[in-house]
Design a protein around this ligand. Structure first.
Ligand code: AMP
Length: 218
């Protein structure tokens, strides 16, 4: 299965993509995680991306495209993948289709996880992340067992530097302007499934799995 997960920041894309990836046995390709790792290691890519990320702006398409093309060419993506956070602009989406078409492949389905703006701000300001396993927590709905510590790794949880209210508002604006047109793009192809982000993590997961099992693999 080759899937794309779409949705505003804070919709639960990363959490759900990780769960679906485990269930389907295909890798989760999170462009945000790849970029954050590059920033942490201070690579050339990381240094270029950091200013955009800190402001909540998008990293330029050409940088993103070569990053994703390289990642999808790795052996573990041969049997499928879940793209989490990519594409985020129309040029990224059309370029992705071209890259896949060259390998006689295509996106089988797009899962759009929907949530309203105020809920996004509330969720993200309460979000904490494990710097080691990238595990996600929410101080209200999914708190760690020991305050401030990852359940799996035992290391201190951190707040993402772009999870401050001003940056969150900008990320939402960028989502509306740049990423929302993709909803129409994939709807026109007949491969879009809408899932409201409500009822809790396992409820959303089961709705997604229902929709994914109805998607045709090409
Ligand atoms: P995320 O973890 O998906 O919320 O991504 C965090 C940040 O990484 C975004 O706010 C962007 O600055 C950057 N980023 C991640 N994916 C993309 C993408 N497909 N295109 C442009 N920028 C991206």
């Amino acid at each position: 299965m080759r899937l794309v997960f779409l949705g505003p920041p804070g919709a639960g894309k990363g959490t759900q993509a990780a769960m679906v990836s485990e269930r389907l046995g295909v890798p989760q390709v999170s462009t945000g995680d790849i970029l954050r790792e590059a920033v942490r290691r201070k690579t050339e890519l990381g240094n270029k991306a950091k200013t955009y990320m800190d402001a909540g702006d998008l990293v330029p398409d050409d940088i993103m495209l070569s990053l994703v093309e390289e990642r999808l060419a790795e052996a573990d993506c041969r049997k499928g993948f879940i793209l989490d956070g990519f594409p985020r602009t129309l040029p990224q989406a059309t370029a992705l289709d071209e890259v896949l078409a060259r390998a006689k492949q295509r996106i089988d389905g797009v899962v759009l996880i929907d949530v309203d703006d105020n809920e996004v701000v509330a969720r993200l300001s309460r979000r904490r992340v494990c710097p080691k396993c990238k595990g996600l927590y929410n101080l209200d709905s999914e708190p760690p067992k020991v305050e401030g510590t990852c359940d799996k790794c035992g290391v201190p949880l951190i707040t993402r530097s772009d999870d401050s209210e001003g940056t969150i508002r900008n990320r939402l604006k960028v989502y509306r302007n740049e990423t929302l047109p993709l909803v129409e793009y994939y709807q026109a192809k007949g491969i879009l499934a809408r899932v409201p982000s409500e009822g809790g993590i396992s409820k959303v997961f089961s709705v997604i799995m229902d929709k994914v099992s109805g998607m045709r693999q090409g």
